[in-house]
Design a protein around this ligand. Structure first.
Ligand code: PLP
Length: 371
């Protein structure tokens, strides 16, 4: 790793493309001869309005977003969307379906229950430890559901929907894509709403991207907070109040770069190669390492890794050694989420392939030394 930087496997905030950081730093004091940093500009001035409009246009190009969808740049994180979705799409007496495949989906339905008479858990893989995606044919959907919610990639458990799915009840599909947003091509037209916090695949924290189909805008409850009302945000071009200007600027640099890299087909190709290095290292470890997730839905973004040992103390000791020794080699933030333990390698778009190769090579060495 050059310049004293490390391979950062953090789940978010996460690594950002180095050339994006370089551009941002070269423009820090004086953005395009405006004499100010983007951080210092009025959000109503022509400079920032241009940055904002270009970021939206570049994201539309990147995801081929159809014209009947609005792109909103909001705040409050994906977590606030857990509440905004029922508040905009359903009344307190309504029903919505949730498919729970990990910790974030569980949080989404937990919040949904506060705002809906019936937040129906149509499927859950909790009893088997959140290691799979249930087939759509197994979902117990409601005929009157206002929407069906999924988490497209569970950041903690490393479980990812590999295809765009279609709920059989015809309700709009709402997807939390926080941790696999713009990591691969998707068919936006299959979704009612896609939302994502920016701090994983896109840029700094503070920006929440919401892509919402026109017919789902304008139905908010009377008591929906103004800041959460999609119609008000859409009418005001996401500038009802002061937006997270700097995060939007950084996101714009990333969207522009992804388009120039050849779009999401090209991005996905590299992501598949990257995760294959690590999954192959697990598979080739003769059972020293394990990933508990079903082969069919292993995330390309977040890879949970455990060390197999019947002695729990020994296992904990080895996992601690793994994290420490990797850290000494400049590979950081590999500790698994506190709720599941073990290790986790988050390899979002900006993780270079060399980082995944280095981790895979280290796994081999670690096994040779400690097995
Ligand atoms: N959903 C998923 C899949 C996440 O990974 C996260 C954050 O890690 C969240 C939701 C919560 O996002 P935020 O911190 O932006 O509210």
């Amino acid at each position: 790793v050059s310049g004293g930087r490390v391979y950062n496997f953090s789940a978010g905030p996460a690594c950002i493309y180095e050339d994006v950081l370089t551009t941002a730093s070269s423009e820090m004091m004086n953005w395009e001869n405006s004499g100010t940093s983007v951080m210092e500009m009025s959000h109503r001035g022509k400079e920032f309005m241009g940055i904002h409009a270009k970021a939206i246009a570049d994201l539309r190009e990147l995801l081929s977003i159809p014209d009947n969808y609005q792109v909103l740049f909001l705040q409050g994180g994906a977590s606030l969307q857990f509440a905004s979705i029922p508040l905009n799409l359903a009344s307190a007496e309504d029903t919505a379906d949730y498919v729970t495949t990990g910790s974030w989906g569980a949080k989404a339905i937990g919040e949904g229950k506060k705002f809906l008479k019936n937040a129906n858990e149509a499927a859950s893989t909790k009893s088997s430890g959140f290691t799979s995606i249930p087939a759509t044919s197994e979902w117990s959907l409601s005929d009157d559901a206002k929407y069906v919610h999924i988490c497209a990639n569970e950041t903690i458990q490393g479980v990812e929907f590999k295809t765009d799915v279609v709920p059989a009840n015809g309700a709009p599909l709402i997807a939390d894509m926080s941790s696999n947003f713009v990591s691969k091509p998707i068919d936006v037209s299959k979704y009612g709403i896609i939302y994502a916090g920016a701090q994983k695949n896109v840029g700094p924290a503070g920006l929440t991207v919401v892509i919402v189909r026109d017919d789902l805008i304008g139905n908010a409850r009377a008591d929906c907070p103004t800041m959460q009302n999609y119609a008000i945000m859409a009418e005001n071009d996401s500038m009802y109040n002061t937006p997270p200007c700097y995060s939007i600027y950084m996101a714009g640099l990333v969207f522009d770069k992804l388009n120039k890299m050849g779009g999401l087909e090209a991005v996905e190709k590299v992501n598949i190669e990257k995760c294959a290095h690590i999954y192959d290292a697990i598979a080739g470890s003769d059972g020293f390492f394990n990933c508990p997730v079903d082969m069919t839905c292993r995330s390309a973004m977040n890879i949970p890794i455990t060390i197999v040992n019947e002695d729990a103390d020994k296992r904990a000791e080895l996992e601690k050694a793994f994290i420490a020794e990797a850290g000494d080699l400049g590979m950081v933030a590999l500790k698994g989420h506190r709720s599941v333990g073990g290790m986790r390698a988050s390899i979002y778009n900006a993780m270079p392939i060399e980082g995944a190769e280095a981790l895979a090579a280290f796994m081999k060495e670690f096994k040779a030394k400690h097995a």
